[in-house]
Design a protein around this ligand. Structure first.
Ligand code: BTN
Length: 257
């Protein structure tokens, strides 16, 4: 297994900001938790927290994120985006695009997205983005971009996800270098971040890879269910549904079923 470490990460890194400071753990609770703590202590923007294993990895809505030791990319980045809190989904879309471009560059596999934060390979979940932020009113003090990506993982070993998930190695039929993927991701992410900081939303490029666009979907939201045709995604990542009665619904939170 290739080794992840601050030294191996530094070698081959072509970014100016992201990953220039890297903190590696063989095993840690959650890289997002470490990143949030460091962010509140004033850690430099672009700090990367990366682990070979998480004992308390988290997904959206309190779900567990499971990845056997050394199988995946499990990382968090500390950023200070010039975004209002309502614009934070822009960072989710930018991060997903960077992951997608890195997978395509490194492996040639085609990548699609599922609203709001899933990375898909051949229609199955291969990764996800979890943004957590420190917010004062509408102001974002810091944002932590958490990325979990199934790289060299046989999902059949994990009954909870065996049916719905996949990995890069399963789709490729061979192992992939996590370091190469990481370097590529950081490079694309730095570019996406610059675009975000200029006040531009990546929603059109993100929506172009959205697997549900044009399809009839059901979304479970905290306020009830919505259904309709997935028509578009707006600049702040909300899913626009065309209901059967012709009206539109703007869905900001939920799970597509
Ligand atoms: C999701 O699809 O629900 C998002 C999954 C995000 C998982 C990553 S793994 C690295 C970082 N640390 C965590 O505890 N979660 C994110």
């Amino acid at each position: 297994m290739e080794k992840l470490s601050p030294e191996t990460i530094k070698r081959g890194l072509s970014t100016e900001l992201l990953g220039q400071r890297a903190i590696y753990y063989d095993s840690i609770g959650s890289t997002n938790d470490v990143a949030k703590q460091l962010a509140t202590q004033g850690a430099v923007q672009g700090t990367l927290i990366i682990a070979d294993e998480q004992t308390a990895g988290r997904g959206r809505r309190g779900r567990r994120w499971i990845a056997p030791h050394g199988s995946s990319l499990l990382l968090s980045l500390i950023l200070h985006p010039a975004l209002a809190s309502s614009e934070l989904p822009r960072l989710t879309m930018a991060s997903a695009l960077a992951v997608g471009c890195a997978i395509e560059e490194t492996t040639g596999l085609a990548v699609h997205f599922k609203w709001p934060n899933d990375i898909l390979l051949e229609g199955k979940k291969a990764g996800g983005i979890l943004i957590e932020a420190g917010i004062s009113g509408e102001t974002v003090d810091y944002a932590v971009v958490g990325v979990g990506l199934n790289v060299n993982l046989d999902v059949a070993q994990i009954p909870e996800i065996a049916e719905t998930a996949t990995s890069i190695s399963m789709e490729l039929g061979g192992r992939t270098s996590r370091l190469e993927l990481l370097h590529s991701f950081l490079r694309f992410m730095e570019r996406e971040y610059q675009v975000l900081q200029q006040g531009l939303s990546p929603h059109s490029r993100w929506a172009a890879r959205l697997s549900q666009l044009g399809q009839r979907v059901e979304v479970a939201t905290p306020w009830g269910r919505e259904s309709g045709q997935a028509e578009s995604v707006d600049a702040d990542g909300a899913l626009i549904l065309r209901r059967d009665d012709g009206t539109t619904a703007r869905v900001t939170v939920g799970d597509v079923e």
